[in-house]
Design a protein around this ligand. Structure first.
Ligand SMILES: NC(=O)c1ccc[n+]([C@@H]2O[C@H](COP(=O)([O-])OP(=O)(O)OC[C@H]3O[C@@H](n4cnc5c(N)ncnc54)[C@H](OP(=O)(O)O)[C@@H]3O)[C@@H](O)[C@H]2O)c1
Length: 365
């Protein structure tokens, strides 16, 4: 096996360890580590929850004296700051490791590179970038939030094979199969907040909750510039989860008061239509690190046009409904020249029952 594929093999193992703690490390990232000495696996570790040792420390403790002269694989640059266990980079130096293989740098530009510098200054060989993309994907939410203090934005839609999210009469239940819908509920369970435009509430009276055994409900967010939302909408009355409504500058003060009395948080933004940048800043300030934008087409168009979407998750059912009036999942004005089309990267496709699930990334800003 070549040296690079050997590095990839052990980094993959470190990534699997990191992934095993999914959902329990927030607000910290998922990190895994393995230590290999003379072809033998001598240490293995993952960061399991905030306040507990980092992945490298677990692996170093397990390796004990076998760490001396060994290679450590870490999915994220070892830290250089004093937490509960001291800087991991220092611990690696103390333990006498010969080589450190790192997948991704620390995303925070203020600290990135410092951990690696400590290691190099101590004369340790450092190899960077092994399976970097996989590691960055694993922590995509953390990476966005730590750098911008805004949530990672996933745009989700369910479409027919001709790209429709409803028929010409607005009938939209159900486009996809039970398997795909269950997957959507898993996405909701993992998201800090779920967002729709008021038109979706007017059409569907959506509950925006997680219908999975043991599922947690995200914060519900509605964009409603003039407070058109009906006061008996389920997101207002059902008490399943908190609801925040973002408005523009022309919201009716009486309706606002009544909504607030019903327990809803109403938040002003500048401009006639809800200002999306301000929505993301407010959610970030509320420690919401991931946002699921579920539509409809007008709201998705705004996120895409303003370059505020990070990832697309699209469920496609093998159905056709046709019709010029039937809405598609991105409305708005649209692109004029095909050369300006939004190019997505990292496409992954999975079959869920009879449907397809596409995941892809929007261009980085
Ligand atoms: N298949 C699916 O996955 C799916 C998912 C969701 C919805 N749907 C369907 O989609 C349809 C509704 O979609 P839609 O496109 O008509 O409406 P929408 O995107 O749900 O809501 C649009 C409304 O949001 C308000 N808004 C406030 N700020 C905005 C901003 N910055 N950008 C865009 N909109 C903003 C606007 O009303 P104000 O200006 O009055 O605030 C606008 O009319 C329904 O038929 C629903 O069933 C399908």
């Amino acid at each position: 096996m070549s040296e690079l594929s050997l590095h990839e093999k052990y980094m993959r193992l470190a990534l699997e360890n990191a992934r095993a703690a999914q959902g329990q490390t927030a607000p910290n990232p998922l990190v895994g580590s393995v230590i290999v000495n003379d072809g033998r696996l001598v240490g293995i570790g993952a960061h399991l929850k905030p306040g507990e040792p980092h992945a490298e420390i677990h692996a170093l403790r397990m390796a004990g004296e076998h760490a001396r002269g060994a290679t450590i694989y870490v999915t994220l640059e070892p830290c250089s700051h004093y937490g509960r266990t001291g800087p991991c980079a220092e611990a690696i130096v103390q333990a006498g490791l010969a080589r450190v293989v790192v997948a991704a740098p620390d995303p925070n530009p203020l600290v990135a590179g410092r951990g690696i510098q400590i290691l190099r200054d101590a004369g340790i060989e450092v190899i960077e970038g092994v399976l970097r993309e996989e590691s960055e994907r694993l922590n995509e939410v953390f990476n966005r939030y730590i750098v911008d203090k805004r949530p990672f934005v996933t745009v989700k839609s369910a479409v027919t094979m001709d790209g429709k999210i409803a028929t010409r009469t607005s009938s939209s239940r159900w486009i996809t199969s039970a398997e795909a819908r269950e997957d959507v509920h898993r996405l909701r369970h993992e998201s800090g907040a779920i967002l729709v435009g008021v038109q979706t509430i007017l059409h569907d009276d959506s509950q925006l909750n997680t219908r999975l055994p043991g599922g947690r409900n995200p914060l519900r967010v509605v964009l409603d510039s003039t407070l058109r939302i009906p006061e008996n909408a389920r997101v207002i009355t059902d008490g399943e989860a908190p609801t925040w409504i973002f408005t523009g500058s022309n919201a009716d003060p009486d309706k606002r008061r009544r909504l607030e009395e019903a327990g809803v948080r109403v938040i002003d933004t500048t401009g006639e239509r809800v200002n999306l940048g301000e929505v993301l800043d407010t959610l970030g300030a509320g420690e919401i690190s991931s946002l699921l934008v579920e539509g409809g087409g007008q709201v998705i168009a705004s996120f895409v046009e303003q370059g505020l979407a990070d990832k697309l998750v699209l469920y496609m059912a093998p159905k056709l409904v046709g019709g010029r009036e039937a809405p598609t999942f991105i409305e708005g004005l649209g692109i004029a020249d095909m050369n300006d089309a939004v190019g997505l990267t990292g496409l992954q496709v999975k079959q869920l029952g009879p449907d397809l699930k596409f995941e892809a990334y929007f261009p980085k800003k």
